[in-house]
Design a protein around this ligand. Structure first.
Ligand code: ADP
Ligand code: MG
Length: 277
């Protein structure tokens, strides 16, 4: 949050443009953080289509989260361009762009306010009924009902503890109530309990329906069915395609997938069948 609040305000266009289409195109995008010597991203080109899930995978530090942060213009590209519906995002008003994009990031920001208000933050015009519908879709209803003050429970007060998975589902409810056409998910690393994991996956499904989705996933099982998988390593896009196409190529994704499958086998054998991956 600090990072976002303290970022220099970005330049606003003189003649702001709008768009009704929401496919995202990265064209030769390079980016480096101010204090960094090597580029975090180097000439990255790909598209994320409407009504599709585009997954981004690759080793840690490769530049996946940087891609996610460039779409809502937390930073501007150093070279190249990002277009939404054919319009360079630098030609859109930043507030307009923010309305187009919902993101669920690794770190969830909850405020010391009621659960109702924390979810409504996604859309200040949402009615209580709409907030509750979003909470239900995001699989929050069950844990909220168990709280003494239900939706009026103030987050962060004494005796109120929400698990990582519950916090993330509140963030998903917030994104559902916002109902933006573009969804960016920067998936948290696996939660420890499988029950939560399953609920989060169902919540994601509700959120992603009919949107342009860019999903950064750590567990390859969750992106196996993505329409497109983009493999990023050390700031470079090294391959892209469907799961089956990429496996057939026997490149980086093939290696990652085999390692992942081995790791699952190892976990299953060690725990006697239990796994949350
Ligand atoms: P990934 O999400 O794939 O793990 P990131 O996009 O977070 O990778 O990071 C890509 C590179 O940029 C890494 O070398 C990382 O250390 C660096 N980086 C990420 N965020 C910042 C930042 N705010 N300031 C400086 N360097 C950063
Ligand atoms: Mg990351």
């Amino acid at each position: 949050m600090d990072e976002i609040l303290h970022t220099e305000s970005l330049s606003q266009p003189k003649n702001p443009r709008t768009t009704e289409k929401h496919e995202i195109i990265f064209e030769n995008v390079s980016f480096s953080y101010a204090e960094q010597e090597v580029d975090a991203l180097s000439r990255v080109s790909f598209s994320a289509e409407e009504n599709q899930i585009t997954a981004i995978v690759g080793p840690s530090g490769g530049g996946k989260s940087t891609i996610a942060h460039l779409i809502p213009r937390f930073f501007d590209v150093t070279e190249g361009s990002i277009r939404i519906g054919g319009v360079d995002i630098r030609h859109m008003n930043t507030n307009y762009l923010m309305e187009k994009v919902s993101f669920v990031f690794q770190d969830v920001f909850l405020f010391k306010q009621s659960i109702m208000e924390n979810i409504r933050m996604g859309n200040q015009n949402a009615t209580n009924e709409q907030v509750i519908a979003a909470a239900k879709a995001a699989q929050c209803q069950e844990f909220i009902e168990k709280l003494h003050n239900k939706y009026d429970t103030i987050i962060g007060t004494k005796g109120i503890h929400l698990s990582g998975g519950e916090q993330q589902r509140i963030a998903i409810a917030r994104a559902i109530v916002k109902n933006a056409p573009i969804i960016i998910l920067d998936e948290a690393t696996a939660f420890s309990d499988p029950e939560n994991e399953h609920l989060i996956q169902s919540a994601f499904k509700k959120l992603m329906h009919g949107k342009t989705v860019v999903m950064i996933a750590h567990r390859l099982s969750t992106i196996r069915s993505a329409n497109k998988i983009v493999v990023i390593d050390k700031g470079h896009l090294i391959e892209q395609g469907t799961h089956d196409k990429l496996l057939a190529k026997e490149g980086k994704y093939f290696t990652m997938w085999n390692m992942y499958v081995k790791m699952l086998d190892w976990k299953i054998n060690r725990k006697g069948g239990e796994t949350n991956a």
